[in-house]
Design a protein around this ligand. Structure first.
Ligand code: GLA
Length: 379
């Protein structure tokens, strides 16, 4: 990422004034994938990669924005009909609109932003962007929105301006993250707990391996997965799939499609895995955590069908290398695996995975050691 001073400098060059600086992170998720919109549990943490923005109110009713990594700029108004054409700008515009829909009075601003969350890697670059602007505007205008509402503003932006019917996990993690902690969020009651998380204490490391297969949730089968779950919940007479048992699912099997059955089977299994992982973590039993991660991977691959060949290959190589846990992370359709590796196996795993992947797919995967960091903030 362009560092803070470079972003600031660019701002001064473009707009001739000193900005204020804000940042929000991307996220990892230890376990609990595609459970958020089912009212279930997720277990994310914010990372040390994110979006940094220089922002200054400009006294007009227009936003002037420069996306440094793309070298693109745009200008848009704050009314519904002013939606910009660039996707990246829709995230910023959507946040402004969602704030206004909630009664927040805001005006125009100038901004330059840059990020180091790899795009399309399943690490929530878009949530980082939304959280940065939701957080900053809340501060600038003293809007008084609670952190959860800032996350909701980001989520509604995805729903209403970006075409992704996502859950709350990414925006929640980006806003509420805390260094050294994962968060277990109950997406039905919206209660959450911080869990101190330090795998090094137990002799493990957490590392992401990016297949560099770009995932794209916009207009993707992501929304179809969600629709499947909602259909099954309806047949079960429940608001969410959360809380349904395998027995209940079996009992309605002939009333739903084979595909919807598979999707629900994955989600119900995943609910249990999150709870198992929390219990195992409390015991310092990271081998059980890892075993559940593999189960999630193959559930996402075979039942939920959101993996791809490259990610399955990475999970298989991890297994061969003795890695304790490995799985596709985030929405799926590409991006990263998250790997829980014993310290002594780490170097060999990274070397083997890199070489084998390159030999098969013609390019090396990217490797990011995970550092759990703070959420949205002024810097
Ligand atoms: C994406 C969505 C989240 C969540 C994950 C899958 O990241 O934005 O809400 O559903 O996929 O766990």
């Amino acid at each position: 990422m362009n560092d803070k001073n470079v972003i600031k400098q660019k701002f001064v060059e473009l707009y001739g004034a000193e900005p204020e600086m804000f940042a929000s992170p991307g996220r990892i998720n230890l376990i609990g994938e595609h459970t958020d919109y089912n009212g279930g549990f997720v277990f994310p943490g914010a990372v040390d990669k994110g979006i940094t923005a220089a922002i200054r109110l400009n006294g007009t009713d227009k936003v002037r924005a420069y996306a440094m990594d793309l070298g693109e700029s745009t200008e848009f108004g704050l009314n519904e009909e002013d939606k910009p054409s660039q996707m990246w700008a829709c995230y910023v515009f959507g946040v402004c609109r969602e704030i206004q829909k909630r009664g927040g009075k805001i005006g125009g601003f100038d901004t330059v932003f840059s990020g180091d969350v790899p795009l399309g890697a399943g690490m929530s670059s878009s949530a980082a962007l939304e959280s940065t602007f939701a957080f900053a505007l809340n501060e600038f205008y003293n809007l008084g929105f609670e952190k959860f509402e800032l996350a909701r503003i980001g989520q509604s932006t995805e729903h209403n301006y970006c075409g992704v019917n996502c859950g709350i996990m990414d925006q929640f993690a980006s806003v509420c993250g805390k260094a050294g902690h994962l968060m277990r969020l109950d997406c039905r009651s919206m209660e959450f707990e911080y869990f101190p998380f330090d795998p090094a204490k137990h002799g493990y490391r957490l590392v992401l391996v990016n297949s560099c297969v770009k995932h794209e949730l916009v207009g993707s089968p992501y929304n179809d997965r969600r629709a499947s779950c909602e259909r099954v919940a309806k047949v079960l007479g429940q608001e969410f799939l959360r809380g349904a048992s395998m027995e209940q699912l079996e009992a309605i099997k002939d009333q739903i499609s084979e595909e919807d059955y598979m999707r629900a089977r994955y989600v119900i299994g995943e609910e249990q895995r999150v709870l198992d992982v929390c219990a195992a973590l409390e015991q310092g039993d990271l081998e059980t955590v890892g075993a559940r991660m593999y189960e999630t991977h193959w559930g996402m691959s075979k039942d939920y069908e959101v993996s791809c060949e490259e990610l399955d290959f990475l999970a298989e190589v991890a297994k061969e290398c003795g890695v304790s846990g490995s799985r596709i992370m985030g929405g799926g359709f590409g991006g990263c695996t998250i790997n829980l590796v014993k310290e002594e196996l780490y170097d060999n795993f990274i070397k083997t995975a890199t070489e084998k992947f390159a030999a098969k797919y013609g390019h090396e995967p990217k490797v990011y050691p995970v550092i759990i960091s703070d959420g949205a903030r002024r810097i």
